[in-house]
Design a protein around this ligand. Structure first.
Ligand code: BTN
Length: 330
């Protein structure tokens, strides 16, 4: 039997078994339901086990017990409640950067909502040319292809919008204090847990595609963080003191992302504005911000409905579109 045929059989068997987790299905019943002989069912079962699924067997029956926490199209796509985001999922074990792969796909055939994931990145990239440490099997490293109809000047808010979707998802899975450090770092108890790298390809008045890259520290233990990151970064596992299911967290994020994106295309940040303010780690704090070559200092008094940081400097209100923030006074 060719490998593709085996994979398809295993997929069909898996879908049947997981409809009733823990319930034993007679092999003879599965043979009839899937139009296979006994050997066909046994081979498909062996394949499913190889993928990491926990299956319990009796001499004449089998039961689905547990799915692996792997970022595969099968797991992410299983009962995923989205319309476009994640309808196509491409997953790799190891890549240089999911953003690069997503961009390659976007240039060829990939449509809006295509998701690229990897278990490991060997050259994960952060903002401002930084590295994004991406050890295997512990974090979520993913990129989403967008092909929006709006003009390039409306793209900057996409990062802030993504941060809100991410913060809402992280909050659901973690007991700590979840905040957004403007524009798009997600913090738990003051330490960075997730980051967003938005890359845009456009000409003067038309967006070609946008890649939204998301990195989430999920199950990294203390030992997984480089020395220089230990005090400024954390993971959901470190905060909760137990592992978090990456697949469930990622699916929650995709559903949130789709809702936020729909709202964004119609109303920009208007619907997210309340949560942008509520999650802000900066409002009320004195900060320094690097704006190109200028360093300005002031108190953050608000984030406006277009996602700009409003700084009070020497009695004047200064709106800031983008920049690298350092907190001066907590
Ligand atoms: C940052 O906070 O500096 C942004 C980090 C973004 C990391 C993600 S991981 C998936 C995607 N691929 C990359 O190379 N980077 C982004």
């Amino acid at each position: 039997m060719n490998p593709l045929e085996l994979e398809q059989r295993a997929d069909r068997l898996l879908l049947t078994l997981r409809k009733k987790p823990g319930v034993y299905f007679k092999i003879s019943v599965l043979e009839r339901a899937l139009k296979l002989d006994k050997l066909g069912v046994v081979e498909a079962l062996a394949e499913i086990k190889k993928w990491g699924y926990k299956i319990r067997t009796r001499p004449d029956a089998v039961a689905f017990i547990k799915a692996p926490d792997s970022l595969t199209p099968t797991e992410i796509g299983y009962r995923l409640k989205t319309g476009t985001i994640g309808r196509t999922i491409v997953s790799y074990r190891s890549v240089k950067s999911t953003n690069d792969l997503a961009a390659e796909l976007a240039q060829s055939s990939a449509g809006e909502g295509t998701v690229v994931t990897a278990e490991e990145q060997t050259k994960g990239r952060g903002r401002l040319g930084r590295k994004w440490h991406s050890p295997p099997g512990t974090g979520i490293y993913a990129s989403i292809v967008l092909k929006p109809g709006f003009k390039p000047e409306n793209a900057p808010g996409l990062s802030v919008m993504t941060a809100v979707a991410l913060a809402d998802a992280v909050k659901k899975f973690c007991g700590g204090d979840v905040r957004i450090k403007w524009p798009n770092d997600v913090l738990i108890n003051g330490k960075k847990t997730a980051g967003i790298l938005t890359e845009l390809t456009a000409d003067k008045d038309k967006i070609d595609y946008v890649i939204i890259g998301v990195g989430i520290n999920v199950n990294q233990g203390t030992g997984n963080f480089h020395e220089e990151l230990k005090n400024i970064a954390t993971s959901l596992r470190r905060v909760n003191r137990r592992k978090v299911n990456r697949v469930k967290l990622f699916k929650t994020f995709l559903v949130n992302f789709e809702n936020e994106y729909k709202n964004y295309t119609r109303h920009q940040l208007k619907k997210a504005h309340g949560r942008i303010r509520k999650y802000s780690s900066l409002i009320g704090h004195e900060i320094k911000i690097q704006l190109g070559r200028r360093l300005i200092e002031g108190k953050v008094v608000d984030i406006d409905a277009t996602g700009r940081l409003i700084l009070e400097c020497e009695g004047k209100k200064v709106p800031v579109i983008a920049g690298e923030v350092t907190v001066v006074k907590e």
